[in-house]
Each structure stands twice: as C-alpha cells, then as structure tokens.
Design a protein around this ligand. Structure first.
Ligand code: ADP
Ligand code: MG
Length: 702
C-alpha cells in the first residue's frame, strides 16, 4: 500500500484548482497524469521581470517591466471588434501603447484609469514606430507592485496549454508537496549542503537566475540523487529478493564442455574463454547468479552460452535459452543441434509455433527430464512448462525484453521452479553498455565482456553515398545478386509517421521488384508475424535475393550469404542502430559491403555518425562515440528496449551521484534489508514517490 502521506501526490492533476478534465488531459500530456508528475516537471527556462527600463530604452522582443502613467484610452469604434483597444501610457522618456484585442472595455477602464501610475510587464514590440506591449502579462498598481513575481519559471508545454495555466498547476502541486522524513544519509546530505526534499523541490521550481536551471545546481542535484537512490535501491531489493532463496552450486565435471570444444570447427577466442570461466566460477557459487554477458554482434556469445548450459547439464540439471522471436529460436535450434549432438545432450525447441502435439511431447519431455536444453521464446515461461530440474537460464538479446520483463523475470524466479533453488541467470546483449548504464538498468550486476571478435572476419567496407546516386546503387546491387550475393535494404522508421515510412518501404520494394522481378521480399512491423517470418525465411533460404525491410530486421539473425547492407536515409539512424544493422553482414568468410545512402545536406552530428561508421567496426568504440554524440539518455535505445528513463537525473552530469547511490543502497541493504528502521521507512516512501512500488512489494513478499 502506498503511504498515506503520498495520497495527494498520486491524485489526478484535476484535483488542482482550475484544472478541469479538458485542461487536465493537456497537463497530463505535458507532464503526466498525477500531481507528483508536476513535481518532476522542472522549469526549462525563466522569465525575468526584474528588468525595468525606461520606455525609450526598452529593447524590442524582450520582457520588460515598465512604470508608466496612463494617459488616454482609444476604444475601437462600435462593431469593429477586429480593431484593438489601445491605451496610451508614458514615462519621462516616451510613449508606450498597450494593445488589447477583443477587450472588455469595463475591465480596461477599471485596471487602467487615466492618470494612474501602473507597472506593466510583457514583451516589448515596435509597430509603426510605436513602442507597444500587446496584452501585458501583468498590470499592477503601485500597492500591488511588491507582490509581482520577479522571476517566473517557464515550463515545457503542449499545444493548447498556456504557460500561465501550467505555471499555476505546477505551483499548486509543489505547494501541496508533503513534508517527508529524510531518507538521505545525514552526513552525505550535509556534505553536499542539500536542503530537505520539500525545500529542494520548492527551490528547483523557483529559479532566480539562469544558473538555477543547471543540472548541477544544489536543488536539482538533490532531486537527481533521490531519483537515482530510488532506482538503485529498487534494483538492489529485487536482487536481494532474488538472492533470498538459496542458489545452487553448479559445477559440472567438464565432460560435455570438452566434447563441445573438440567438435567446434574453431578455437574459442581468449575473450570467449575468459567470459566462460567467469560465468562458470559464478555458477559454482551458492548465491543465485545474475550476470550480463556483453559482446558485440558476431563476437560469439552463443557458443559461450551453450558451454555454460552444458556446465549445468553436466550436473544432471536442465538449462533454457530464451530469445525474443520465433525465428531466432529456430535459428539457434538449427545451429546448436549438431553441437548438442556432439556434446551428447538433448535439445528441444519451444517457439509457440509447433503443433499442439509436438508441444505436448516437449512439455512431457521437459517435465521428465528427457530434454537437457530447451530453446524458445517467452512461451518458455508459461505455466504449463514444467522442468524436472531447471538450474540455468540464458536470455539472449535481453534488451528486447524491456526493463519490466527483466525485473519480473529476476524477481519471480525464472522457470516457475518455486520453492526450490533459483536458477542462475545469464543475460546476453550485443549493445555495449557503459558501466553507468548497466548500473541504472540492472543495478549492481556482474558483467562479462567479450571485447574481441573471432579472427578471420571478412573485410567489411562501409561507404556513404548520396541518395541522388540511387540508380547506380540499384545497378550495383543487381550485379552483386547475379554473382550470388544477398542484400538487405533497410528503409528508415521515422517516429510519428509510421504510415509514411511504410509507404516508403512499400514503394522501394515495388521499384526494386520492377528491376528484379520475383527476387525481392518485403518485411515491416505491421505485417502479421507469419508473413514476416515467411519473407525472412525465403531470404534465408535464398528464394529471394533482396530483403527490403523497415528497421524490424531481426536482431541476431544470421544469413551468411547476406553480404550487402543498404541503409536508406542513414542520416536518420542513431549510431548504435547503424552498427546493429551493419552487423548483419560481413559475419561469415565473405567480405561485406555496407552502403549508407544519405540525403544531403548532412547535419554535423549525422556526418560525424557516418564518419565513425566508416572508420570502425568496433562496437565498444562506437558505443563510446555514441555516448559522446548524444549523451547517455538514449544509449540503451529507448526505441528498442524501454530503457530506464530518469525524469531528473542526467547521467552526463550526475554520474558521480549514481555511484554514490549504488554504494548507499548496498549499505542500506546490508544494514537494514527489510527497510524496518526509521530511515528504512523513509526510504520506502522514496520508492513509492518514484513509483518503484514493485520493489517494495518484493520486500513484503520476501
Ligand atoms: P553473437 O555474439 O552476435 O550472438 P554468434 O554467437 O551468433 O554471435 O557468433 C557469430 C558467428 O561466429 C557464428 O557463426 C559462430 O559460429 C562464429 N564463432 C563463434 N565463436 C567463434 C570463434 N572463436 N572463432 C570463429 N568463429 C566463431
Ligand atoms: Mg546472438
């Protein structure tokens, strides 16, 4: 249950004065549906009303607050409402016209009586040599002047929502923010000189000067730390829950692994061996393992995972390999079958596409222990699937599963082997994620890296070609396919215009099909899975030579004959995405080509991205450059993974706070794992405040 003192924070924004259902929708769109969402909607700018020039010196386009005397009213002629109501004012330097469209005469006469002195504030304009302010933001009498806000925060809006309404909404939300017991360690707080949460919140919403908007300003630092602490603590709790049940010692005798290694047509690289050794050492511990295996596309993670699974099988247990798509499951199954045979273990496939009979046979075999290793999609984790003794789970392309599923998987205990020891968990990813980001996505997880590609990789040439030369590219592609090459042709996905993209891909497909009849297939996200997979399968089998795709090309799909990758509008893709896409070619022994078709003129960043792609294939280097070019926010690829998004914390600025939050959560968990102390109580509130409720529930059930 959410703590009572946060009820108000999680009420709908419509509880705020002046926010009805209609405006409420707009506020929700700009910031979020709850009052608390407005806490985190920090100002993006300020309007400084402290600038008080004389009329003659008021610069055009700037906000100014000017002291004037009202001189004369010019109401529009009757029935001529399109003519504005003007009021002439002056000071000792000149004349200022106040302009009102569709004005209520009574109101204007009342607020601006002739002869009175007034402070007016608004944007200065010049019109026909006249200095004017249209619809001043404020008109105050000398008595009211003191209550005029000197500096106003500016908030991000959405169409239809006025700045004033938003400012009022946020102001009310923040004013109602409860006083919460301190959750930050007092010494740490003192060290930074931070104020209480509530005071920091107030200060963050009351910027006095531009510097107060900096992510490094103390109030924003404090709020960022709160958010990071909630993130790290939640992950630590989930992990603690995962570890509460005993893990098992998994230490095989090496017999099956040796048979696998003897059967491989290659030697494991140094990096693969090191990763495997780390994984096996971790499996041998009595604590449940949660480890991330990072290795660039083509670095050979699959065989490492297989060897680790064999380690489990050597002890008489079972292992599972979970992948995001049916196609990938089938591909792994096909590739691993001969290796499994060589190692003397039984493999099964559960992709959700088998006939009912086959599935039931597999279910029975898993329950009886007749199958050692099962490969499948998330179909693996439905209730009917019972293992005799599941000890080890590998999740491939883990980023495709999203944070929630990952958390759920590690929180619930994968495989439904409730009561017993938890299976060890190995997550695999091709996206090289910097340390700070693994921390925010997984908490304090152990990482093994395969930072080297197997030797003998064929050359891969990357060329940037302007779109005008499309005809040449088409001709070259045609020539290559005659010589047996297979070609991926990727059309971009522009967010918010899916239809247009689709149209572009459909059109490209039609154009290529006209040049190469019967040799071109199309895949896109709106196709039924079966049709999409049929097209992919046709391409894999060589029934077609060219596969036109929106960005749905299955990550991890291996078509050795595919040697050419054409990426249309490469300037619209992020680096990580380009790298992932290019990784589809140049995997086998045959040299590959990647053509980045771009529409000039390129922005500086787009040019930098394309240059990096031409310079290197090194995924780690690309990830670093990517981080440099666009900051950390997106690197996990919001689009592909639903990365943890912070509302306040910015890892480029608050990286150190993240480390501190990590260390702090460790200490908290060590000292007070049930969050039962006074500070523990406060920390629970923090978790709720940042909507990490799942972690608290995990705490309860544990
Ligand atoms: P990824 O890490 O992207 O999942 P894979 O496991 O699919 O990579 O491996 C890519 C290709 O490299 C596969 O065809 C695999 O057989 C091959 N491979 C793996 N390890 C080695 C190695 N040590 N030497 C040569 N080829 C290897
Ligand atoms: Mg793979």
């Amino acid at each position: 249950m959410r703590p009572e003192n946060l009820f108000g924070s999680f009420a709908a924004v419509t509880v705020l004065g002046g926010i009805g259902p209609r405006i409420g929708k707009l506020v929700a769109k700009a910031a979020g549906p709850h009052v608390a969402d407005l806490y985190w909607h920090l100002p993006s700018g300020i309007i400084d009303r402290r600038f008080t020039p004389k009329i003659a010196a008021a610069p055009e386009g700037q906000i100014a607050t000017i002291a004037v005397t009202v001189e004369k009213h010019y109401p529009p002629p009757r029935y001529r409402r399109q003519i504005p109501y003007k009021v002439r004012c002056r000071d000792d330097t000149g004349v200022l016209m106040l302009v009102f469209f569709h004005a209520h005469q009574d109101y204007i006469e009342k607020t601006l009586p002739v002869g009175a002195t007034r402070l007016v504030s608004g944007k200065v304009e010049r019109y026909d040599d006249e200095i004017q302010i249209t619809h001043p933001d404020y008109i105050a009498s000398p008595e009211e002047a003191a209550s005029l806000v000197a500096v106003e925060p500016v908030y991000r809006l959405t169409a239809g929502l006025s700045a004033k309404v938003m400012r009022k909404a946020v102001g009310q939300a923040v004013a109602r923010a409860p006083d919460l017991a301190e959750w930050i360690d007092p010494a740490y707080r003192a060290h930074h000189g931070w104020s209480s949460w509530r005071d920091a919140l107030h200060a963050a919403h009351r910027p006095e000067q531009a510097e107060d908007l900096d992510a490094g300003s103390p109030p924003r630092m404090r709020l960022a730390f709160d958010e990071l602490l909630a993130n790290q603590l939640a992950l630590a709790l989930v992990r603690l829950g995962a570890r509460r049940r005993p893990g098992r010692v998994i230490a095989g005798d090496g017999r099956r692994r040796n048979r696998l290694i003897a059967a491989l047509p290659y030697r494991l690289t140094q990096a693969q061996q090191a990763a495997l050794a780390e994984i096996c050492a971790d499996m041998a511990k009595a604590v449940p393992m949660i480890r991330l295996l990072q290795g660039d596309v083509g670095s050979g993670k699959t065989v490492v995972a297989l060897a680790a699974m064999l380690n489990a099988v050597e002890t008489g247990a079972q292992a599972a390999l979970m992948v995001p798509t049916d196609l990938l499951a089938r591909q792994h199954y096909k590739n691993l079958t001969p290796l499994a045979e060589a190692a003397g273990v039984t493999l099964a496939l559960l992709s959700g596409r088998e006939s009912k009979r086959t599935r039931e046979t597999t279910f029975a075999a898993l329950a009886a222990g007749a199958v050692d290793i099962v490969i499948g999609t998330h179909a693996l984790f439905q209730d009917e699937v019972q293992f005799r003794d599941l000890a080890f789970v590998v999740i491939d392309e883990q980023h495709r599963f999203g944070v929630h599923q990952r958390l759920a998987l590690s929180a619930k205990g994968v495989g439904g082997a409730d009561g017993g020891a938890r299976p060890d968990l190995l997550l695999m990813t091709a996206t090289p994620i910097p340390r700070t980001l693994t921390l925010t996505a997984y908490g304090d997880i152990d990482v093994s890296r395969i930072a080297e590609l197997p030797p003998g990789r064929a050359a891969l040439e990357t060329r940037a070609v302007p779109l005008e030369r499309l005809d040449e590219v088409t001709t070259a592609v045609g020539r290559a396919t005659k010589a047996g090459a297979r070609v991926y042709w990727v059309c971009p996905l522009v967010e918010e215009a899916e239809d247009l993209d689709l149209a572009a891909a459909v059109e490209r497909h039609a154009a290529l099909e006209a040049s190469f009849p019967g040799r071109v297939a199309l895949v896109h996200g709106q196709m039924k899975t079966e049709r999409r997979e049929a097209a992919m399968a046709a391409f894999m089998a060589g029934a077609v030579d060219i596969l036109v795709a929106t960005t749905v090309i299955e990550v991890g799909v291996d078509v050795p004959e595919a040697t050419i990758m054409v990426i249309e509008h490469a300037e619209r893709f992020g680096l990580a995405q380009l790298h992932q896409l290019r990784g589809r070619v140049g995997r086998g022994a045959k040299p590959g080509t990647c053509l980045l078709l771009y529409a000039p003129p390129l922005t500086e960043t787009a040019r930098a991205r394309i240059d990096i792609m031409r310079q290197t294939r090194d995924g780690f280097r690309i990830a670093e450059e990517d981080l440099r070019l666009r900051g950390s926010g997106e690197l996990l690829g919001t689009r592909q993974s639903g990365s943890p998004e912070f509302r306040i914390a910015d890892l480029d600025v608050h990286g150190e706070l993240l480390q501190a939050a990590r260390d702090d959560s460790r200490l908290i968990i060590a000292r007070d794992p049930g969050l039962a102390s006074a500070r523990g109580e406060a920390l629970r509130v923090l978790l709720y405040l940042f909507e990490r409720d799942a972690a608290v529930r995990n705490l309860r059930s544990g």
